[in-house]
Design a protein around this ligand. Structure first.
Ligand code: PEP
Ligand code: MG
Length: 638
């Protein structure tokens, strides 16, 4: 086809050759050699082997076709001027001939003969577009596609935000307890909280009514590699009678639904799924990407298992370990609750003493899994009341273990409540009011690092302070932590290098990054919070209006998914310039959800960031985008 279209060699010559070869019993794979000989005998040069040469020749052929007699005749017939020129669109091939689940076809939104407003078209299974055009096989009517592939019949029940890719089917359950009881299913929640971690891990997929692309459900599901759809605002959930409605359709507990986490579509019933395959070509592309990429790709990982997955995808370290996710494990949660509800520093210290060995164990596992690559551990961030029990039974259990009344538990909890927790007592603000918490965590990190290093595995721990807006916040914490950490290292007879850095996720931190850099060994942009605070859009509620804003062209993309270059990006650029103005070559990365978004990566590359960090399952896409940006700046001649 290429010879005919691009070099005008008549197809019948190849047909005759093919018959001849068949007659002589020549093996099919030897045909190519004979085709090439024929090619050379006609045009007098060798068949071009370089894909780029082939592409350019094809483009030239399309331009030249503008002046062939058929095109001239057609323009005359349709009164098309000869001087308007033409264009060529180059696009990657979509193969229709890859077996019985692929195909080709042509559809019109109306019947082209009579104009009837009804889908009109035809298709061929396991074929390329050329097969339809050439008339070598008879296409089927589009109406028959439903019989051959009944799953393309499925009706979309509702569409939300495509928060975490993959496909999931299962019975609907409205609580993590039910998911655990049934060992799976689709967890449907108004929104998720850290209490749902275990349920989310067991669930086949997650569907929430509220929350945007950086809400708890989205971030955690991506980290776990679990399919998730968020912000399905048109879904009316009634957790009490255990059902949800969409329009006049009701879905009850135990009914099957299916999720497509790549499109955000929710379907009624149990659709067929197929496993994704990791091919050798996929691994090869990842290796090439790693060799060529200018920015490092690190992982957001909170458990040894996540770290292992990330390492196997080629992560060059951990850019964000969110320690609060570790606090929710069964063994720890009661001690954590005791720490939060402690009345004084002494009580708090007792609870922290119980948490220390457990935290240490987490870090040991993560350091071992990362085999000497840097691991950035962020000290606890979300507001404390998120960790407190919501159910009566849990509160009673806690009251018993703390030897106080239920009333007292509820009183203490009331004191911790905040009307806007996202802007409340979280991040370094917690670390400053309760220094014992960050001290315990830093001790756990460093003691674990020493243990792992003693076992022969290299460790590069980095301690990261969240939500810093003033250099004094970082200075206060750094001073305390450095003296504690240095003392632990000194008593260990071992050399251990460590870093203390900060998240840059508050606009004030960007504007004063020059000062903040004096106290920081590295910066990591928390683009989730930076977007939230810069726009003033709550991460958990923005899902309600973002799609309206996009439809009405107020936003051209969800800023929690793709970085807003003009606003948030401007702040980042300023922070990079100011930070590196103080400390030349300062390591600066991104660990918000934008870290795996190809369009955002293009921007991060342009402002000279050192790394991006993202959930383990998004590492391949981030690596590819980083490599593409590194190539983009280079010149190629064909
Ligand atoms: C961020 O804000 O971008 C970030 C990485 O931290 P978190 O999502 O945990 O607030
Ligand atoms: Mg943050």
């Amino acid at each position: 086809m290429f010879s005919e279209v691009v070099y005008g060699i008549e197809k019948y010559k190849y047909d005759l050759l093919e018959k001849e070869l068949e007659k002589n019993g020549v093996e099919k794979k030897a045909y190519i050699k004979e085709y090439k000989k024929l090619f050379k005998s006609v045009v007098n040069f060798k068949f071009p082997e370089d894909p780029m040469d082939q592409l350019l020749a094809a483009i030239e052929a399309v331009f030249s076709s503008w002046n062939n007699p058929r095109a001239i005749y057609y323009r005359n017939l349709n009164n098309i001027p000869h001087d308007i020129g033409t264009g060529v669109t180059v696009q990657s091939m979509v193969f229709g001939n890859m077996g019985d689940t692929s195909g080709t076809g042509v559809v019109f939104t109306r019947n082209p003969s009579c104009g009837e407003n009804k889908l009109f078209g035809e298709f061929l299974i396991n074929a390329q577009g050329e097969d339809v055009v050439a008339g070598i096989r008879t296409p089927k009517k589009i109406e028959e596609l439903g019989d051959i592939m009944p799953e393309s019949n499925s009706e979309v029940l509702v569409t939300g935000l495509a928060a975490s890719p993959g496909a999931a089917t299962g019975k609907v359950y409205f609580s993590s307890e039910k998911i655990k009881e049934n060992n799976g299913g689709i967890l449907v929640r108004l929104e998720t909280s850290p209490e749902d971690i275990e349920g989310m891990n067991i669930a086949n997929g997650i569907l929430t009514v509220r929350g945007g692309m950086t809400s708890h459900a989205a971030v955690v599901a991506r980290g776990m590699g679990r399919c998730c759809i968020c912000g399905c605002g048109s879904l009316e959930l009634n957790e009490e009678i255990k059902e949800f409605t969409v329009g006049n359709l009701t879905v009850s507990e135990g009914d099957y639904i299916s999720l497509n986490g790549s499109t955000g579509n929710v379907y009624l019933g149990e659709l067929n799924k197929s496993d994704s395959r990791l091919t050798d070509e996929f691994k090869m592309i990842l290796e090439w990407s790693s060799e060529i990429g200018a920015m490092k790709v690190l992982a957001n990982a909170d458990t040894p298992l996540d770290a292992e997955v990330a390492y196997n995808f080629g992560a060059k370290g951990i850019g964000l370990c969110r320690t609060e996710h570790m606090f929710f494990e069964e063994k720890k949660i009661n001690h954590v609750r005791e720490m939060i509800l402690a009345e004084n520093s002494n009580e708090r210290k007792i609870a922290l003493k119980n948490i220390l060995p457990l935290q240490k164990l987490d870090f040991t596992g993560i350091f071992e899994a990362m085999k000497g690559n840097p691991v950035t551990v962020r000290l606890i961030d979300p507001p404390l009341h998120e960790f407190l029990p919501k159910e009566r039974g849990e509160k009673l259990k806690l009251a018993k273990s703390m030897k106080i009344t239920m009333e007292e538990i509820e009183n203490r909890m009331l004191k911790l409540e905040e009307s806007n927790p996202m802007l409340g007592h979280r991040g370094c603000r917690l670390g400053i009011t309760y220094p014992e918490i960050y001290e315990m965590q830093s001790r756990a990190i460093i003691e674990a690092a020493i243990e792992v290093k003693k076992s022969g595995i290299d460790v590069k721990p980095e301690i990261m302070i969240p939500l810093v807006g003033k250099v004094e916040e970082l200075g206060y914490l750094r001073e305390r932590l450095v003296s504690l950490v240095d003392e632990i290292i000194e008593n260990s007879d071992l050399d251990l290098e460590y870093k203390i850095g900060t998240m840059i996720e508050v606009p004030r931190a960007c504007v004063t990054a020059g000062e903040i850099a004096k106290e920081a060994d590295f910066f990591s942009f928390g683009t989730n919070d930076l977007t939230q605070i810069t726009f003033g859009y709550s991460r958990d509620d923005a899902g309600k209006f973002i799609s309206d804003y996009m439809e009405k062209n107020i936003l051209d993309a969800d800023p929690f998914e793709t970085i807003d270059i003009k606003g948030v990006g401007k702040l980042m650029e300023m922070a990079v310039t100011l930070g590196r103005g103080t400390k030349k070559g300062l390591k600066i990365g991104v660990c918000g959800e934008h870290g795996a978004d190809p369009k955002s990566i293009e921007f991060f590359h342009s402002i000279g960031l050192s790394y991006v960090s993202c959930s383990p399952y998004r590492i391949p896409i981030a690596k590819l985008a980083v490599a593409q940006n590194s190539i983009r700046g280079r010149n190629y001649s064909f």
